[in-house]
Write a protein that binds this ligand. Structure first.
Ligand code: MN
Length: 410
């Protein structure tokens, strides 16, 4: 069904049609450092707080700050009201005089983190990725740990090092053991990698001691970003037993600037893959299937190296939320949880260089004939994503971009 048409010009194939309306935090370079909340439409961003004031919206008080946390905390009814209002402002020409002055070309703005990050969790929920990683890291053992098909495996990450797309990826140093028969040394990582993921952002908090059921996913989770979980495989390999990832990942996690509301992803909902064994009842999602048909695209130095399909994930974000709170752990507004590396079944669908280079043992070819394993200084990674939009066409998230810099660069 075709929805309303915007009076703002939206180029064909734009990531930001009227059916998307993602939220971000922007500043205008020519106007100093002031950050405010914006919504992307075509090649523009609308200063949504200013538009709310201009139209006399009762929701304008939620849009006064520089991040979307107050709006996210207000809950689904308010989210829907504002979404309907912004849709009307941008499609009903009667609003053109009030709203038009608050549209800014996106090329004139600088984007910032759209939300203040609460807690950060990262999962490990692609079966294809977990099988690949298990075979690479533990070639003689069972690639999947015994719990893997019973629960979404995850770890608590470092919220303070989540940063906006474009933040330089400073090669970390750490303790590394180069082979089984040497003592460890402290040096820059030789195995710097990305993990292409989606990030889910919590809006409505929950009470300590009370689990959030899978069926309440839409009552708590506001939206989705693209996420790159930068990883130093050599640091990770030496430190991760027995408590999981630590310094090999906590140096930086990048997110895309546009937070796409769940409401914009209705046309992307699809059925998850079959599960065997069947999940325990608190993870049974037969009545709440939240697989999403979102395809990522990863470019390394301008060339597409992979297109991971999110629809192939074994565990959904709704199951991850249920797992994360199943012990009574509470949610805070701004909590971010990563899906885990997204890898499909094919070699051109993997979400990390760990898999693309098979642990660094099988270099892949660059267009100029040189070969690649992990990230070199100067390499640039760009991850984008595409989902079917309501009413036809596709929508996107902006991009996660990161260029690797030597630690001695200032
Ligand atoms: Mn990860």
């Amino acid at each position: 069904m075709q929805g309303p048409s915007p009076w703002v010009p939206v180029p064909e194939n734009s990531q930001f049609p009227l059916s998307n309306l993602p939220y971000g935090s922007f500043s205008i370079e020519t106007e100093g450092p002031g950050r405010r909340v914006g919504v992307a439409i075509g090649d523009h961003v609308i200063d949504v707080g200013a538009a709310a004031r201009a139209t006399g919206s009762p929701l304008s008080h939620l849009l006064e700050g520089h991040v979307v946390n107050p709006l996210m905390a207000a809950g689904p009814q308010t989210w829907n009201e504002l979404r309907a209002a912004v849709t009307a402002w941008l499609s009903d020409t009667r609003y053109q005089d009030q709203v038009g002055p608050h549209l800014i070309p996106r090329r004139q703005v600088t984007m910032h983190l759209p939300f203040e990050v609460g807690d950060y969790v990262d999962f490990y929920s692609s079966e294809h990725h977990a099988l690949n990683a298990g075979r690479i890291l533990r070639p003689s053992g069972d690639p999947l740990p015994p719990s893997w098909k019973y629960l979404p495996v995850g770890y608590q990450g470092r919220a303070g090092t989540v940063a906006i797309s474009g933040t330089p990826v400073r090669r970390p140093s750490g303790q590394v053991r180069d082979s089984l028969d040497v003592t460890p040394s402290f040096r820059p990582s030789h195995a710097l990698d990305f993990e292409a993921e989606l990030g889910f952002v919590v809006g409505v908090p929950s009470d300590l001691g009370h689990a959030v059921p899978l069926s309440a996913f839409e009552d708590h989770v506001f939206g989705v970003v693209i996420l790159s979980d930068w990883s130093a495989r050599d640091i990770q390999a030496w430190e991760y037993v027995p408590l999981g990832p630590f310094l090999g990942k906590s140096f930086l996690t990048s997110v895309s600037p546009w937070l796409v509301p769940l409401a914009a992803l209705k046309a992307a909902r699809t059925d998850p893959p079959p599960r065997d064994p069947p999940p325990l009842s608190y993870l049974d999602d037969a009545d709440h299937p939240w697989a999403l048909d979102i395809t990522l695209e990863i470019k390394l130095n301008g060339r597409v190296i992979s297109r991971p399909p999110f629809s192939s994930m074994y565990w959904t974000a709704a199951q991850q939320l249920a797992q994360m709170t199943s012990n009574g752990a509470s949610l805070r507004t701004g909590d971010l949880y990563g899906s885990g590396t997204i890898s499909g079944p094919r070699p051109d669908q993997v979400g990390s260089l760990l898999e693309l280079s098979w642990g660094g043992s099988k270099p892949f070819q660059n267009p100029d004939g040189s070969t690649h394993t992990y990230l070199a200084d100067g390499d640039e990674v760009v991850i984008t994503g595409s989902a079917p939009a309501a009413g036809g066409g596709t929508l996107g998230f902006g991009e996660v971009r990161g260029r690797v810099v030597d630690p001695s660069d200032t």
